[in-house]
Write a protein that binds this ligand. Structure first.
Ligand code: SF4
Length: 369
């Protein structure tokens, strides 16, 4: 007799699993949102959508997905594109390593797989940025292969459905939820089933106030039966994120401003920005700005005026950024950290991909020089 077991020995019979699959797929076929990546079997398009949807909501992704595929409709066009253009289209979507990996991955598919996305787990996972989730999602949705795809929405649904006590954000929790997802996967329609579970998490079994009354799985749901919906999923408390004080200098010379390019790896890799950095303990902000510019680009500047303060939150830290307009005094640019630089006119800034934190103050630069 088949069963699935949560960490507290809750069981489900095979016949119940089949009924549950049927209810879920019936619900999905009737109520799912029309989304462009659901109207295609093109593995490249599905791959792009899954990469974009990682840690990002559907409504944010939609315009980026359309722009991206408008410019790079085929894997080949992406592989042949300049990375800066890819970053420009990705600008604002965040987690830029995803864009770098997708670009590298497209090149690898062209060079090593004759332009065809590998349709098996082992080969597909050799591609940069293709982890277990992306591979499972693409292979199940585009190729109909029986792989369970477990994202944040799915973990939450499973935690509630089977009253699983493992905190969803605990390291190693993925394996627990993946094991459960594998046991309930509908192997006849794995792509639809995976999408249905994700859709249920996104639209019904939401993080707050799940709508159990309209849920197709209500009669199977253990937290619903035990009246414990609010207690699941369990989470471990995260440490509060540190906040850094940053200075940024918009250095101008002959009606042009200096921008620098970050190295391709790491946070915001390959994006352009104005030079700056962390304020040292006890240091005045103006002095920090002058020092950072000297250290980073080897220029001597003086502060013209204070522009504004911008706050921005990244996943693991926050920044408070003070921005100064700086006058070039002397020196030749020599880079220490950035990999490239340009002196550009203000209206040319739009041609370069910048982090969101820089974009927040850039409108204030108009008529500054
Ligand atoms: S019944 Fe409620 S808690 Fe259970 S899966 Fe459905 S929406 Fe989520």
């Amino acid at each position: 007799m088949g069963y699935i077991s949560g960490s507290n020995n809750n069981l489900m019979e095979t016949s119940d699993i089949h009924r549950m699959q049927k209810y879920l797929i019936r619900w999905y076929s009737k109520y799912h949102r029309q989304l462009p990546w659901r109207e295609t079997n093109n593995p490249y398009h599905i791959w792009v959508s899954e990469v974009m949807l990682q840690q990002t909501q559907v409504k944010t992704v939609l315009p980026f997905y359309r722009n991206f595929l408008g410019r790079f409709p085929e894997l080949k066009t992406l592989a042949e594109a300049d990375m800066q253009e890819v970053l420009k289209i990705w600008e604002g979507l965040g987690y830029y390593a995803r864009a770098h990996n997708l670009h590298k991955g497209a090149k690898m598919v062209i060079q090593e797989y004759g332009g065809l996305i590998p349709d098996n787990m082992k080969e597909f996972r050799k591609i940069p940025g293709v982890g277990e989730y992306i591979a499972s999602a693409v292979l199940s949705i585009a190729f109909g292969q029986a792989h369970a795809a477990v994202d944040g929405n799915v973990k939450r649904v499973l935690a509630r459905l089977f009253q699983i006590k493992t905190p969803v954000n605990k390291s190693g929790a993925y394996r627990t939820f993946k094991d459960v997802a594998v046991k309930i996967l509908d192997e006849r329609e794995p792509g639809i089933f995976n999408q249905a579970l994700m859709e249920l998490g996104a639209t019904v079994c939401k993080p707050k106030n799940p709508e159990c009354a309209i849920c197709p799985l209500e009669s199977f749901c253990m937290v619903n039966r035990s009246g414990n919906v609010d207690g699941y999923p369990k989470r471990v408390k995260k440490k509060s994120v540190p906040e850094y004080s940053i200075v940024v200098g918009v250095v101008h010379k002959n009606k042009r401003v200096l921008i620098t390019r970050r190295k391709p790896e790491g946070l915001l890799g390959g994006l352009w920005e104005f030079p700056g950095g962390k304020i040292r303990s006890g240091e005045e902000t103006e002095a920090a700005c002058i020092r950072e510019i000297q250290e980073e680009v080897n220029l001597v500047v003086e502060i013209d005026r204070y522009l504004t303060r911008v706050k921005h939150a990244y996943t693991h830290f926050k920044i408070v950024m003070d921005i100064f307009i700086c006058k070039f005094i002397s020196g030749r640019v020599r880079l220490n950290g950035p990999v490239d630089y340009r002196w550009v006119k203000l209206h040319e800034l739009d041609q370069y991909p910048f982090p969101k934190a820089n974009r927040k103050f850039m409108p204030l630069l108009t008529n500054t020089l």
